[in-house]
Ligand binder design. Structure first.
Ligand code: XBP
Ligand code: MG
Length: 238
């Protein structure tokens, strides 16, 4: 696509974003580059549980195609013909991981990605409604945003739907369908802000136009069908 046409498309996309009734944000990889913290938390939990598992970045990049921490642990365990963990043991291991994630975030934080604060602030000034649709847990959202946006962060978002609030995780559309129901808005009135192919698929299956902010672990995903793909959200809102 030539530069002039790309500039026209980007301008049209920005106008669409500014004109949407609501912006629905993904969390991990979109609001902040959290996946390295998640990966460290998984490895800390494996060590605490006495498992000789360690997920390096290459392994984690492959496992990230499985949405959901519990599902990711199960997928890794099932690489063996005879999995070693029961569902209850996986749930217990994930609870340890979640506690480690919260401690890592509280100890060092994970800053918002460029442009996130400006987009949220400008959207609020435009009177746009804001929501969150994520695979992670409410506890992880609170751990991240209470540091990154302050203790009143939840006042910025009208509704928050997390992975365990719905039957199926991304790329299923469930979290986005639930957000639409709670906002009582049509898909075309909203814009999803995502970082992964799974997230784009989830939004698309809910009929919601999506913009992609490329993230560290998903930068090479196929984002065909996205309204706009940017390296970070500072390209959207100064
Ligand atoms: C990303 C995910 C989550 C996180 C880990 O969520 O797939 O599973 O990787 O968090 P999203 P949990 O991009 O939709 O925000 O261990 O709590 O699942
Ligand atoms: Mg994400």
């Amino acid at each position: 696509m030539n530069e002039a046409l790309a500039a026209i498309r980007a301008r049209a996309a920005r106008e669409t974003i500014a004109g949407a009734r609501a912006l629905i944000f993904d969390v991990d990889g979109t609001l902040a580059e959290t996946e390295e913290v998640h990966r460290r938390a998984f490895n800390a939990a494996f060590a605490e549980a006495g498992l000789d598992w360690f997920w390096d970045q290459v392994t984690y990049a492959r496992l990230l195609r499985v949405a959901g921490g519990k599902e990711r642990i199960r997928a890794f365990d099932q690489r063996n013909p005879v999995p070693s963990l029961s569902f209850a043991e996986i749930a217990g291991l994930h609870r340890i991981k979640t506690a480690r994630y919260a401690a890592l975030i509280a100890g060092g934080g994970c800053p918002l990605r460029p442009g996130v604060r400006a987009l949220v602030g400008n959207a609020r000034r435009r009177g746009q409604r804001l929501a969150i649709a994520t695979t992670t847990s409410h506890g992880n959202i609170d751990a991240l945003l209470s540091v990154a946006l302050g203790l009143g962060w939840a006042d910025l978002f009208e509704t928050i739907v997390a992975g365990d609030d719905v039957p199926r995780k991304k790329p299923a559309p469930d979290v986005y369908v639930e957000v639409l129901a709670r906002l009582a808005l049509a898909p075309a009135d909203c814009i999803a802000v995502e970082d992964s192919g799974n997230g784009l698929a989830a939004a698309a299956r809910a009929g919601i136009p999506a913009i992609i902010t490329r993230s560290a672990y998903f930068g090479d995903d196929d984002f065909t069908g996205a309204l706009l793909v940017v390296d970070d959200l500072s390209e959207i809102d100064e």
